[in-house]
Design a protein around this ligand. Sequence first.
Ligand SMILES: [Fe+2]
Length: 495
Amino acid sequence: MKKIFLMIFLVVFSISIVACTQTSDTTTSTTLTESSSVTTTTTEPTTIPEIVTAMSNPLNVGLFITETPETSMGINFKLSTDTEGYVEYHQSDLDNFIRIDATKKVTPVGSKTVYLYEAEMTGLTPGQTYEYFVSSSDGTEQSARYEFTIPSGIDNSFTFMYLADPQGTAITNYMAYAYSILNVLDYSQMSYDFVMSPGDTVNDHDVRSEWDWFFQYSSFFITRKPFVVTLGNHETGYLTDERINSLEFDGYFNLPNNGPTYDEFSEIDGDLRESDFDKGKTYSFDYGNAHIISINTEILCDGTTACSEYDHSNAEILKSWLRNDLDNSNKTWSIVLLHRGPYGLSYDTYNVRDVLTPIFDEFNVDLVLSGHDHQYSRAVYKNDVMIPFQEANNYERGILTLITDELYTNNFNNYSSTLGVTYFTGNTSTVKFYGGDKNSGIEVQYKFIDESPVIPFITVTADSIQVVSYGVSKNAALDIVPTGVFILEEFTITK
Ligand SMILES: [Fe+2]
């Protein structure tokens, strides 16, 4: 099994490596053909350590979800100078080359200016594979050639990988992150259609190297699968700093712009956020039979760890947008992505709980995913009351605490979302753990606070949401190389 995964990975990986070694050539139909024809001449990495060592993504190329993921793909990249950029793509088995100009986003990052670019590849067909690359207008900077496939049949079933809080402060942190993911993929043999993260992809939003490391060690998925991410507190800045309106998050990422438009932010002294601040942070899209919503929980915070103040007037606009968005959905499932969750183990984020959970209850949201707490938990709540469960699987790790009530026969590992909303908080995918050091006092049914990365896979079918959370064993939290992988828990939500 291990060899099968590595072989599949390496076939794709080798295409990129070969393309990197070619000289730039704006006659793209020729270069694209060449890149495929010489694939077998490259020395291929054959083990996970070799794969991690070979990871490269100097132009920070990333694919991103769009409002129409069955026919389009968002893309973002970086160039080193103030120039124009473009994307070229074609269906891999056809010579239908399409070149599109990218929109430049001049972004201050620390003491430097970074030139970032976004575009959207459109007219795509489910079931087809596309090859693409990005380039500066004069061809002096060009990425590798990558491929992605638009899934077919996602109305029936799709899967996404969930990577909580990848934030790191050293390249070794991100190497550990890549090792953890690759070991889980190798162990589980899971395939996935997109990748989701609750934010905090970097520890310091104004440190360029952290962004570079994130893209480098995410390259094996982010150049081939769309990324879905919401804003974390580590990707934002002071509300009184004018840079709040040109965040690095907006520069490095490219997400749907269908979120709310606010009134003036006037309730917190010196708040400089503009009315379109939340575009590309709060957004929604349909994927198969699910409606998926990212909500920027920093809108409900004042930038402090306690997250105590917020602009109430604009929170009402957010609530109206959310209610309208859920009301207009005709999909079977509704899944919400937050950074700061309402029922986490580390922080009592009462603003998020007070403002959002009544709406989740009202519209019977099936699953709410979050991060930020760096301690894994799962809780099912309705109207701010934890739901009783009579039985559960035998958990080898973590702490299970069920409220029981003789009137209920619910199984904690297989239950209907009519019982309540499932609040699922990921342990980090990298190396930052609170490990029980923080305690919000919030009650949950299950918690796992060990210093082990956890990488869940979430499969949405016509009649269920199935979650399998894989834990990564290490001798020490900061270790790069894991010692093993285990299944932490599995559960199924039905209608
Ligand atoms: Fe956070």
